[in-house]
Ligand binder design. Structure first.
Ligand code: SF4
Ligand code: SF4
Length: 175
């Protein structure tokens, strides 16, 4: 016959008691210290300048879309989140514009390659990180939405300025 010696329940309760006291004293000590947590979403953290959030398209100070549909960002994007369809501009030295420009935010890993590779400084990663939607389709952002998010970024080079001065050369389109 085998006898099993069970631990004394009173001793076990005693050890729990000291663990409880230790935990409560730690909690009490922290109650009076300054808080390091934020009451999100009422309070929001500050990001460094280099923070990479959602990518978006921008216009210049004249309201001109800066993307010329060169496809570089589409080809460099590691998860293939960008899809572009180029449109042709008639009678204009600016040959192309992005007729369709979509970014699948479900795929985007916010790596910043598209921003780095863009020769026109037309796509930037902003500091927005909130991505919510009720359907998957809502999280595939089209050009209009991307331009709305990106807003205006003043362009110091303004290489299209001569075209703005002469509307007949811009193909009649404020792309
Ligand atoms: S940030 Fe990276 S993953 Fe997202 S669209 Fe740009 S290249 Fe693609
Ligand atoms: S966003 Fe820049 S890299 Fe991408 S197609 Fe437009 S001009 Fe080219």
């Amino acid at each position: 016959m085998i006898f099993v010696r069970r631990p004394d329940p009173r001793f076990r309760a005693w050890t729990y008691f000291w663990a409880l006291v230790k935990g409560m004293s730690l909690t009490l000590r922290h109650i009076f210290r300054p808080k390091v947590t934020l009451q999100y979403p009422e309070q929001r953290g500050e990001f460094s300048e280099g923070y990479r959030g959602l990518p978006s398209l921008v216009r210049d100070q004249h309201g001109r879309e800066k993307c010329v549909a060169c496809y570089l960002c589409q080809w460099v994007c590691p998860p293939r989140a960008i899809t572009i369809t180029a449109g042709e501009l008639q009678e204009s030295p600016v040959e192309k514009f992005a007729e369709k420009f979509q970014i699948n935010m479900l795929r985007c890993i916010m790596c910043g390659y598209c921003e780095e590779v863009c020769p026109e400084q037309a796509i930037f990663l902003n500091q927005d990180y909130e991505l919510t939607g009720l359907t998957r389709a809502e999280l595939i952002f089209q050009k209009e939405k991307l331009l709305e998010i990106g807003g205006v970024r003043p362009d110091t080079i303004q290489k299209w300025k001569p075209l703005l001065a002469d509307p007949s050369r811009s193909g009649g389109r404020k792309q």
